[in-house]
Design a protein around this ligand. Structure first.
Ligand code: MG
Ligand code: MG
Ligand code: MG
Length: 313
């Protein structure tokens, strides 16, 4: 299949930012006269569903494989390990992201990477740059992504730009930023009808560092006890994934959206790396990480740094 259509998508286990960027980037391309469509690489989570319902937007279609030479725009992700198999052979036209760069392409690529709290903040700037007006619906979904990724501006990843952009978008969308924001985050914390496996897969990312297979999974909560009364089930699900996927270190984080702390459940044959990285001792597989809410800026860098030190010795 060699058509001209540009397929726009974020990472697997899509979060609100991946869906927002896919929708708004496809819309921007369409406004600029290019054929583009948004896709999702997995199920829509409850938080994102709440945002889509609020702003009366349809969920993007599910994409489960990529033919070689397909035209692609990657948003909110640039790691092949968090994309679809076959992405290596796709024709990547553009990348818009706010994560660490871990990308190798055969051809030159238009890459916009900024260390802001949310890729949708970059999308806002692209609309401005291209002089394309932002509709209330597009504003609503972008705004939802900023609230989600920055945990209502509490995450250390949040920048002044994210805040200012969110305020402008709230005006366009015609909503009260904080009222809506907490309802949105709260919608993502409901795990009552989830199995253990569903809980750990809500927002799970795999990383490979040399030979180490690392998974960091995260769930938001407004009451950590709700999550920890499911601890046994969660641990069983983690063990299952460790066995099936040969994961060396699995870090599950329950992040308190009000207190901005995370409580971790850590399993695998390399929990020593986690204990060293955070200078902590796990007690029945758990520990409290005070002030830690960001996988990309706090958890992952601490683990990578520990691994690098080990290699240097
Ligand atoms: Mg994301
Ligand atoms: Mg993001
Ligand atoms: Mg995220």
């Amino acid at each position: 299949m060699a058509d001209n259509m540009i397929r726009v998508f974020g990472h697997t286990n899509p979060d609100t930012d991946s869906i927002s960027c896919a929708i708004t980037m496809a819309n921007l391309q369409n406004q600029l006269g290019r054929e583009a469509q948004s896709f999702r690489l997995g199920e829509i989570n409850k938080e994102t569903q709440y945002a889509l319902n609020t702003f009366d937007l349809k969920e993007p279609e599910l994409l489960s494989n990529i033919d070689s030479n397909t035209n692609v725009i990657m948003v909110d992700n640039n790691e092949f390990s968090q994309s679809l198999p076959g992405i290596e052979n796709a024709h990547i036209q553009m990348v818009v992201d706010h994560h660490r760069l871990n990308l190798q392409t055969a051809e030159p690529v238009y890459c916009i990477a900024e260390p802001v709290g949310c890729a949708s903040t970059i999308m806002y700037k692209l609309y401005k740059q291209d002089d394309v007006s932002i509709t209330p619906k597009m504003a609503g979904i972008m705004l939802s992504a900023i609230i989600s990724d920055t945990l209502m501006f509490k995450s250390p990843t949040c920048t002044e730009q994210d805040k200012i952009t969110a305020e402008r978008l709230a005006k366009i969308a015609g909503i009260n930023l904080y009222d809506y924001g907490y309802k949105l985050l709260e919608a993502g914390t409901d795990i009552s009808n989830f199995t253990g496996l569903e809980i750990i897969n809500v927002d799970s990312k795999d990383f490979k560092h040399n030979n180490l297979k690392l998974t960091i999974s995260q769930i938001n909560s407004s009451n950590l006890e709700d999550v920890f009364k499911r601890k046994t089930e969660i641990e069983q699900a983690i063990e299952q994934r460790i066995q099936e996927e040969n994961i060396d270190l699995f870090v599950f984080l329950a992040t308190d959206i009000l207190e901005a702390n995370s409580k971790a459940i850590v399993l695998g044959n390399r929990i020593d790396i986690f204990e060293r990285a955070f200078n902590t001792k796990l007690i029945s597989n758990t520990t409290l990480l005070k002030g830690m809410v960001s996988r990309k800026k706090q958890i992952l860098p601490a683990i990578i740094e520990t691994l690098e030190q080990k290699i240097r010795i």
